[in-house]
Design a protein around this ligand. Structure first.
Ligand SMILES: [Zn+2]
Length: 256
Protein backbone atom coordinates (compact mmCIF):
# COMPACT_ATOMS: atom_id res chain seq x y z
CA UNK A 1 0.00 0.00 0.00
CA UNK A 2 1.27 3.42 -0.90
CA UNK A 3 1.40 5.73 2.03
CA UNK A 4 -0.24 9.09 1.40
CA UNK A 5 2.00 10.76 3.98
CA UNK A 6 5.21 9.69 2.21
CA UNK A 7 3.90 10.78 -1.17
CA UNK A 8 2.47 14.05 0.12
CA UNK A 9 5.68 15.09 1.86
CA UNK A 10 7.93 14.04 -1.04
CA UNK A 11 5.70 15.84 -3.51
CA UNK A 12 5.35 18.84 -1.22
CA UNK A 13 9.01 19.67 -0.71
CA UNK A 14 10.21 19.21 -4.32
CA UNK A 15 9.84 22.85 -5.51
CA UNK A 16 12.25 24.03 -2.80
CA UNK A 17 15.04 22.39 -4.86
CA UNK A 18 14.62 25.24 -7.34
CA UNK A 19 16.74 27.35 -4.99
CA UNK A 20 19.68 25.54 -6.66
CA UNK A 21 19.07 27.79 -9.67
CA UNK A 22 20.99 30.43 -7.69
CA UNK A 23 24.14 28.68 -9.01
CA UNK A 24 23.11 29.59 -12.57
CA UNK A 25 22.18 33.16 -11.73
CA UNK A 26 24.48 34.62 -14.43
CA UNK A 27 23.15 32.46 -17.26
CA UNK A 28 19.54 33.00 -16.19
CA UNK A 29 20.05 36.76 -16.05
CA UNK A 30 21.56 36.87 -19.55
CA UNK A 31 18.99 34.56 -21.20
CA UNK A 32 15.58 36.08 -20.44
CA UNK A 33 14.18 34.77 -23.72
CA UNK A 34 14.86 31.16 -22.66
CA UNK A 35 14.04 31.44 -18.96
CA UNK A 36 11.10 33.87 -18.86
CA UNK A 37 9.84 32.71 -22.27
CA UNK A 38 10.14 29.01 -21.41
CA UNK A 39 8.39 29.54 -18.08
CA UNK A 40 5.61 31.52 -19.80
CA UNK A 41 4.99 28.36 -21.86
CA UNK A 42 5.03 26.22 -18.70
CA UNK A 43 2.60 28.60 -17.02
CA UNK A 44 0.31 28.55 -20.05
CA UNK A 45 0.02 24.78 -19.75
CA UNK A 46 -0.31 24.58 -15.96
CA UNK A 47 -2.62 27.51 -15.42
CA UNK A 48 -4.62 27.62 -18.64
CA UNK A 49 -4.65 24.18 -20.27
CA UNK A 50 -4.43 21.98 -17.19
CA UNK A 51 -6.51 24.08 -14.81
CA UNK A 52 -9.21 24.82 -17.37
CA UNK A 53 -9.35 21.18 -18.50
CA UNK A 54 -10.13 20.30 -14.88
CA UNK A 55 -12.83 22.97 -14.71
CA UNK A 56 -14.48 21.76 -17.92
CA UNK A 57 -14.19 18.12 -16.97
CA UNK A 58 -15.73 18.62 -13.52
CA UNK A 59 -18.36 21.16 -14.57
CA UNK A 60 -21.13 18.68 -15.47
CA UNK A 61 -20.82 17.05 -12.02
CA UNK A 62 -20.85 20.15 -9.83
CA UNK A 63 -23.89 20.67 -7.58
CA UNK A 64 -24.99 17.15 -8.37
CA UNK A 65 -25.13 18.03 -12.07
CA UNK A 66 -28.59 19.52 -11.64
CA UNK A 67 -28.10 23.27 -11.62
CA UNK A 68 -26.37 24.62 -14.73
CA UNK A 69 -26.86 28.25 -13.77
CA UNK A 70 -25.48 27.90 -10.24
CA UNK A 71 -22.49 25.97 -11.63
CA UNK A 72 -21.75 28.66 -14.20
CA UNK A 73 -22.08 31.43 -11.59
CA UNK A 74 -19.83 29.51 -9.19
CA UNK A 75 -17.09 28.99 -11.77
CA UNK A 76 -17.30 32.54 -13.12
CA UNK A 77 -16.83 33.76 -9.54
CA UNK A 78 -13.64 31.68 -9.38
CA UNK A 79 -12.39 33.05 -12.70
CA UNK A 80 -13.18 36.61 -11.62
CA UNK A 81 -11.56 36.20 -8.21
CA UNK A 82 -8.31 34.96 -9.78
CA UNK A 83 -8.25 37.99 -12.06
CA UNK A 84 -8.96 40.46 -9.25
CA UNK A 85 -6.27 39.02 -6.96
CA UNK A 86 -3.66 38.99 -9.75
CA UNK A 87 -4.57 42.55 -10.75
CA UNK A 88 -4.35 43.70 -7.15
CA UNK A 89 -0.92 42.10 -6.67
CA UNK A 90 0.41 43.59 -9.92
CA UNK A 91 -1.18 47.04 -9.84
CA UNK A 92 -2.16 47.53 -6.20
CA UNK A 93 -0.07 49.18 -3.52
CA UNK A 94 1.29 46.01 -1.86
CA UNK A 95 4.64 45.52 -3.60
CA UNK A 96 6.19 48.50 -5.33
CA UNK A 97 9.41 47.41 -7.04
CA UNK A 98 9.01 45.62 -10.35
CA UNK A 99 10.91 42.30 -10.33
CA UNK A 100 9.88 41.74 -6.69
CA UNK A 101 6.28 42.26 -7.70
CA UNK A 102 6.46 39.39 -10.20
CA UNK A 103 8.25 37.21 -7.65
CA UNK A 104 5.47 37.75 -5.08
CA UNK A 105 2.81 37.05 -7.68
CA UNK A 106 4.68 33.83 -8.49
CA UNK A 107 4.73 32.91 -4.77
CA UNK A 108 0.94 33.35 -4.67
CA UNK A 109 0.66 31.17 -7.78
CA UNK A 110 2.85 28.47 -6.23
CA UNK A 111 0.69 28.41 -3.09
CA UNK A 112 -2.57 28.23 -5.05
CA UNK A 113 -1.28 25.64 -7.51
CA UNK A 114 0.32 23.48 -4.81
CA UNK A 115 -2.92 23.42 -2.86
CA UNK A 116 -4.75 22.28 -6.02
CA UNK A 117 -2.07 19.64 -6.75
CA UNK A 118 -2.38 18.37 -3.16
CA UNK A 119 -6.16 18.02 -3.53
CA UNK A 120 -5.71 15.98 -6.71
CA UNK A 121 -3.15 13.75 -5.03
CA UNK A 122 -5.38 13.18 -2.00
CA UNK A 123 -8.47 12.53 -4.14
CA UNK A 124 -6.86 9.34 -5.47
CA UNK A 125 -6.75 7.96 -1.93
CA UNK A 126 -10.42 8.41 -1.12
CA UNK A 127 -12.67 5.35 -1.25
CA UNK A 128 -9.87 3.13 -2.55
CA UNK A 129 -7.75 3.27 0.57
CA UNK A 130 -6.22 -0.17 0.01
CA UNK A 131 -5.27 0.12 -3.65
CA UNK A 132 -4.71 3.76 -4.50
CA UNK A 133 -4.92 4.65 -8.18
CA UNK A 134 -1.51 6.31 -8.01
CA UNK A 135 1.00 4.81 -10.40
CA UNK A 136 4.52 4.82 -9.00
CA UNK A 137 7.48 4.02 -11.22
CA UNK A 138 10.66 5.75 -12.30
CA UNK A 139 8.97 7.60 -15.18
CA UNK A 140 6.18 8.97 -12.98
CA UNK A 141 8.63 9.96 -10.28
CA UNK A 142 11.01 11.78 -12.63
CA UNK A 143 8.13 13.51 -14.40
CA UNK A 144 6.76 14.63 -11.03
CA UNK A 145 10.18 15.91 -9.98
CA UNK A 146 10.47 17.95 -13.21
CA UNK A 147 6.90 19.25 -12.82
CA UNK A 148 7.42 20.41 -9.21
CA UNK A 149 10.95 21.76 -9.92
CA UNK A 150 9.59 23.92 -12.75
CA UNK A 151 6.92 25.25 -10.38
CA UNK A 152 9.69 26.30 -8.02
CA UNK A 153 11.55 27.90 -10.95
CA UNK A 154 8.52 30.07 -11.67
CA UNK A 155 9.29 31.70 -8.29
CA UNK A 156 13.09 31.50 -8.50
CA UNK A 157 13.62 33.23 -11.87
CA UNK A 158 11.81 36.43 -10.81
CA UNK A 159 13.40 36.14 -7.33
CA UNK A 160 16.88 36.09 -8.91
CA UNK A 161 15.94 39.04 -11.11
CA UNK A 162 14.86 40.89 -7.97
CA UNK A 163 18.21 39.95 -6.34
CA UNK A 164 16.53 38.15 -3.42
CA UNK A 165 18.96 36.34 -1.14
CA UNK A 166 18.96 32.51 -1.56
CA UNK A 167 17.79 32.18 2.03
CA UNK A 168 14.74 34.41 1.48
CA UNK A 169 13.97 32.59 -1.76
CA UNK A 170 14.17 29.21 -0.03
CA UNK A 171 11.90 30.53 2.68
CA UNK A 172 9.17 31.74 0.32
CA UNK A 173 9.45 28.52 -1.71
CA UNK A 174 8.15 26.74 1.38
CA UNK A 175 4.62 27.86 0.44
CA UNK A 176 4.67 24.79 -1.82
CA UNK A 177 4.23 22.74 1.36
CA UNK A 178 0.52 23.66 1.45
CA UNK A 179 0.11 20.66 -0.85
CA UNK A 180 0.68 18.43 2.21
CA UNK A 181 -2.37 19.49 4.26
CA UNK A 182 -4.32 19.79 0.97
CA UNK A 183 -3.67 16.10 0.26
CA UNK A 184 -5.62 15.26 3.42
CA UNK A 185 -8.62 17.50 2.63
CA UNK A 186 -10.43 15.01 0.30
CA UNK A 187 -10.17 12.22 2.90
CA UNK A 188 -11.31 14.56 5.67
CA UNK A 189 -14.29 15.79 3.61
CA UNK A 190 -15.29 12.21 2.75
CA UNK A 191 -15.05 11.22 6.42
CA UNK A 192 -17.12 14.12 7.69
CA UNK A 193 -19.72 14.48 4.89
CA UNK A 194 -19.87 10.91 3.65
CA UNK A 195 -18.23 9.56 0.51
CA UNK A 196 -20.61 10.99 -2.09
CA UNK A 197 -21.06 14.48 -0.63
CA UNK A 198 -17.38 14.62 0.38
CA UNK A 199 -16.22 13.76 -3.13
CA UNK A 200 -18.64 16.36 -4.51
CA UNK A 201 -17.25 19.00 -2.13
CA UNK A 202 -13.66 18.15 -3.09
CA UNK A 203 -14.57 18.45 -6.76
CA UNK A 204 -16.28 21.82 -6.21
CA UNK A 205 -13.30 23.12 -4.24
CA UNK A 206 -10.73 22.01 -6.78
CA UNK A 207 -12.72 23.33 -9.76
CA UNK A 208 -13.19 26.69 -8.06
CA UNK A 209 -9.46 26.98 -7.31
CA UNK A 210 -8.59 25.83 -10.83
CA UNK A 211 -10.89 28.51 -12.29
CA UNK A 212 -9.20 31.15 -10.09
CA UNK A 213 -5.80 29.82 -11.17
CA UNK A 214 -6.81 30.15 -14.84
CA UNK A 215 -7.32 33.91 -14.80
CA UNK A 216 -4.52 34.46 -12.30
CA UNK A 217 -2.03 32.74 -14.61
CA UNK A 218 -3.38 34.47 -17.72
CA UNK A 219 -2.48 37.82 -16.15
CA UNK A 220 0.87 36.45 -14.90
CA UNK A 221 1.79 35.51 -18.46
CA UNK A 222 0.72 38.70 -20.19
CA UNK A 223 1.69 41.16 -17.46
CA UNK A 224 4.63 39.39 -15.81
CA UNK A 225 6.53 36.91 -17.95
CA UNK A 226 6.05 37.70 -21.65
CA UNK A 227 7.04 41.39 -21.45
CA UNK A 228 10.40 40.41 -19.94
CA UNK A 229 10.88 37.41 -22.25
CA UNK A 230 10.37 39.55 -25.33
CA UNK A 231 12.02 42.76 -24.10
CA UNK A 232 15.10 42.98 -26.32
CA UNK A 233 16.04 39.62 -27.75
CA UNK A 234 14.52 39.40 -31.19
CA UNK A 235 12.04 36.60 -31.71
CA UNK A 236 13.68 33.60 -30.02
CA UNK A 237 11.42 34.01 -26.97
CA UNK A 238 8.50 32.89 -29.15
CA UNK A 239 10.21 29.55 -29.80
CA UNK A 240 11.12 29.22 -26.12
CA UNK A 241 7.52 29.79 -25.09
CA UNK A 242 6.46 26.96 -27.39
CA UNK A 243 9.26 24.73 -26.07
CA UNK A 244 8.18 25.37 -22.47
CA UNK A 245 4.57 24.55 -23.33
CA UNK A 246 5.39 21.36 -25.23
CA UNK A 247 7.92 20.24 -22.61
CA UNK A 248 5.55 20.50 -19.65
CA UNK A 249 2.77 18.89 -21.72
CA UNK A 250 5.07 15.92 -22.37
CA UNK A 251 5.86 15.71 -18.65
CA UNK A 252 2.13 15.46 -17.93
CA UNK A 253 1.59 12.85 -20.67
CA UNK A 254 4.04 10.66 -18.75
CA UNK A 255 2.26 11.10 -15.40
CA UNK A 256 -1.42 11.07 -16.28
ZN1 LIG B 1 1.55 21.17 -10.32
Amino acid sequence: MTDLAVLAVGFGVLPVAAVLLTMFRGWIGSHPEATWGGLAGVLAFLGLSHAMALVLEDKPFLFGGTNELATAAFLVTGLGLGGVVAWFLFEGPVVRTEPSKIAWVAVAFLALHSFGDGLLLGKDFVGVALIPAVRIDSVTISATVVHRFLEGSIVMVPALAAAWKPRSSALVLLVCLVSIPAAYVPGWLAASLGLVAGTGATMALSSFLAAAEGTFVLLMIVRGFLPIAGADRGTRWIAWTAIGFIGISLVHFLVE
